[in-house]
Design a protein around this ligand. Structure first.
Ligand code: C2E
Ligand code: CA
Ligand code: CA
Ligand code: CA
Length: 279
């Protein structure tokens, strides 16, 4: 019995060691990703339901490593956050997305807003607002064409400082969206203290919209509450016509998901926009 215990104990720690080594290896690879040009942004269309128009795109990070292949952001973003690599990578994302949006405008494409996911570590940088302002100036993108997506969880941390930063960002003229809404612990009374423009209904509620009455009720409630507070609302992860119909009937403003398009390389966005012009 004794050896069994020791055995399972050492097995457990071997497992942990392996996990830690994988994390470290990933971190080492990730450290080279930016200088070696392994990172790219893909852009997922966001559709205004009533008009059918694509009015925005969300920038989503892609990492293609020569040996590991495509690594999912769900795997490497946490590593980037723990190692603070998300700071230089996040700045590159902002810069690239803003420059891309400006370049689409210069090409005469119908105007679309670009949404960028911001990590909590980025938001906490004392000079984040200055960095933001410089990035907009350098890339020539009008602030009204940039939206920052911050998760509910990030907004609830460090709240007083965050509220101040959010007001400064709003003052720059950028739009603010609360991502993954409904999955965190935000108290509703906080919602009115954040100068946000939009709530983003988390994919987990959209997935079973048609089969789980609870999820339907949650989505419906979020939409009504957002509108009651004067906020826009967008649903993510819309995959079927049924889901779209449900959301449309409840006056959800915008939708994003595989039903319209997967995240696309920048070069495919112009063709998508001309294909999806209504009428
Ligand atoms: P998120 O911000 O909630 O992004 C939405 C995720 O849902 C994306 O996964 C997107 O590809 C996926 N998705 C979109 N439509 C559908 C759909 O209809 N069905 C399903 N099943 N999935 C859909 P992705 O690109 O793998 O990103 C995962 C997460 O990684 C993101 O979740 C975000 O938290 C993080 N992430 C991605 N790019 C960035 C970035 O540039 N910066 C930061 N800080 N985080 C990022
Ligand atoms: Ca997002
Ligand atoms: Ca989300
Ligand atoms: Ca989500």
């Amino acid at each position: 019995a004794k050896s069994q215990t020791r055995g399972s104990c050492s097995f457990y720690s071997e497992d942990m060691k392996r996990g830690e080594m994988q994390r470290l290896a990933l971190e080492t690879h990730l450290r080279h990703a930016l200088p070696r040009n392994e990172l790219a942004l893909h852009y997922q269309p966001q559709v205004h339901i009533a008009s059918g128009r694509t009015v925005g795109v969300e920038a989503l990070l892609r990492w293609s490593h020569p040996e590991l292949g495509m690594v999912s952001p769900a795997t490497f973003i946490p590593v980037a956050e723990e190692s603070a690599l998300i700071l230089p990578i996040g700045q590159w994302i902002l810069e690239t997305a803003c420059r891309q949006a400006r370049s689409w405008q210069d090409d005469g494409l119908p105007p679309i807003r670009v949404s960028v996911n911001i990590s909590g570590l980025q938001l906490k940088q004392p000079h984040f607002v200055d960095l933001m302002e410089q990035t907009l100036r350098r890339t020539g993108l009008g602030p009204e064409w940039l939206e920052l997506e911050l998760t509910e969880t990030i907004m609830m941390e460090n709240t007083e400082d965050n509220i101040r930063t959010l007001y400064q960002l709003k003052a720059l003229g950028v739009h603010l969206s609360m991502d993954d809404f409904g999955t965190g612990y935000s108290s509703l009374s906080y919602l009115k203290r954040f100068p946000i423009d939009k709530l983003k209904i988390d994919r987990s509620f959209v997935r079973d919209l048609m089969t789980d009455p609870d999820d339907g009720a949650i989505a419906e409630t979020i939409i009504a509450m957002a509108h009651g507070l004067g906020l826009e609302v967008i649903a993510e992860g819309v995959e079927t016509a049924d889901q779209l119909e449900f959301l449309q009937a409840r006056h959800c403003d915008k939708c994003q998901g595989y039903f319209f398009s997967k995240p696309l390389p920048a070069a495919e966005i112009p063709a998508f926009l001309s294909r999806s012009l209504p009428g």
